[in-house]
Design a binder for this molecule. Structure first.
Ligand code: LLP
Length: 425
């Protein structure tokens, strides 16, 4: 995080809290969230897009305290399950600022959304339109958007490219299925179609794919007006903004994106004779990712087969991203200084498979030894939200640091937590 700084002895503080002290106090593995950094990132988005609704994508990471930060910073929330939705609403998050997403929403997801009164439901298939319409109480209308596929290829890995035809999300503009869904919704009095949505992928560092998608969405807005006589008042451009996991990696320039989107929206709508719709954007990773750091204790160091393996007390159960997407992280030694020369090592986890590699080719001092602490920056998004119970290791705790104090937000998962559902004999 930007707020991290090194002290002479190799200690690192975040928001005035020593990471080594936090590791001693709360144990490892440990996830530390810099509340100020998280809030600053919310504010950066609000400042860049003052005319838009900015909604935080809860799938990146969610817990009760974070919901308060998001709410206080004036953002809305993107949820994709009844679970995320109910955690938010029971924590006091205003439902009228929540949007429900998902390619396959269950009856439970849809009925929770209608019952709790979310702002919008982004529909993803014709069958969902029918399922939703019958859940809407008589005399009321549910606002919906259609998730469309603008056929734009962008994103950090095939698994997170969602803007092209031929993947499971959304309805294609090209083959007409998006417009068919529009017609179907317009024929259901229980549903109020308020706009179009797209989310073209994740970990996207360039502005251009968003602009191409925006043009295609404006084109579809114009066709909907021509074919159905309806002018839709909203557009949602999704999230997907890249962060740098290692120094020097490309990030999405949020201010540049905002400026280009504003111009393109004004020009494109003027050309098409459309009013400028209200915009929504949905960043997740770019808000939570850089606000988090993961701390691990080194358990063993061994040289074998021509490589040095540094094994830590966490791994793919708290961070499956290297195994899933081949992502590379840049761990660093913290808690003590070292003048030893730096060499490439393979930082691995403790789980029972060879693919449990947290950082291949990591640069660490030659004298790293068991008991040392390693910090993995940019750990706030899609680590713990994708964590698993693999090997019954237990999910790590989450601690917020702010103005010199550390506060436990989520405690460590115990064997009791993990076994309580196991009721067979
Ligand atoms: N909106 C929708 C509809 C989404 O599906 C997503 C993410 C977002 C917004 C937020 O995208 P972000 O700004 O966080 O990139 N597990 C993967 C990322 C999956 C993204 C899923 N959808 C990873 O760890 O890279």
């Amino acid at each position: 995080p930007a707020s991290a700084r090194s002290a002479a002895q190799g200690d690192v503080t975040v928001a005035g809290v020593s990471l080594a002290e936090a590791a001693d106090r709360f144990g490892t593995p440990l996830y530390v969230l810099d509340e100020g950094e998280f809030r600053d990132r919310c504010r950066t988005y609000r400042a860049a897009f003052p005319e838009a609704d900015v909604i935080y994508a809860a799938k990146a990471f969610l817990c009760r305290a974070l919901l308060h930060w998001v709410e206080e910073e004036g953002l809305g929330l993107d949820v994709c399950s009844a679970g995320e939705l109910e955690l938010a609403v029971t924590t006091g998050f205003p439902p009228e600022r929540i949007v429900l997403h998902g390619n396959a929403k269950s009856p439970k997801d849809l009925s929770a959304a209608v019952r709790l009164g979310v702002a919008r439901i982004v529909v993803d298939s014709a069958s969902e339109i029918n399922h939703l319409a019958v859940l809407v109480p008589r005399g009321t209308r549910q606002q919906v958007m259609v998730r469309v596929v603008p056929d734009v290829s962008a994103g950090g890995h095939a698994a997170v490219r969602t803007g092209t035809d031929g993947q499971k999300f959304g309805l294609s503009i090209t083959d007409g299925s998006a417009e068919e869904a529009v017609a179907r919704i317009l024929g259901r009095p229980e549903l109020e179609l308020v706009g179009l949505h797209c989310h073209i992928g994740s970990q996207i560092a360039e502005v251009e794919p968003y602009i191409t998608a925006l043009r295609r969405l404006i084109g579809l807005l114009a066709r909907i007006r021509d074919d159905h006589g309806v002018v839709l008042p909203q557009l949602d451009l999704g999230g997907g903004h890249a962060v740098a996991y290692r120094p020097g990696e490309d990030v999405l320039d949020v201010a540049a994106l905002a400026a280009r989107v504003r111009t393109e929206l004004a020009d494109g709508c003027a050309r098409a004779g459309l009013p400028v719709p209200r915009l929504t954007i949905e960043p997740g990773r770019a808000i939570a990712g850089p606000a988090g750091v993961a701390l691990y204790r080194v358990l063993s160091v061994k040289d074998t087969g021509g490589q040095r393996f540094v094994a830590v007390d966490g791994g793919m159960s708290d961070n499956p991203r290297p195994a899933l997407y081949g992502v590379r992280y840049a761990p660093r030694l913290i808690g003590r200084g070292s003048t030893a020369p730096v060499r490439p090592v393979t930082v691995v986890g403790r789980h029972c498979e060879a693919g449990d590699v947290l950082a291949a080719g990591a640069a660490l001092p030659d004298d790293v030894r068991p008991g040392d602490l390693l910090a993995v920056p940019v750990a706030g998004a899609y680590h713990l939200s994708m964590a698993s119970g693999y090997n019954l290791v237990g999910r790590p705790p989450v601690v917020a640091v702010h103005e010199g104090t550390a506060r436990l937000l989520v405690r460590r998962e115990t064997l009791l937590d993990m076994s309580v559902r196991d009721i067979g004999l």
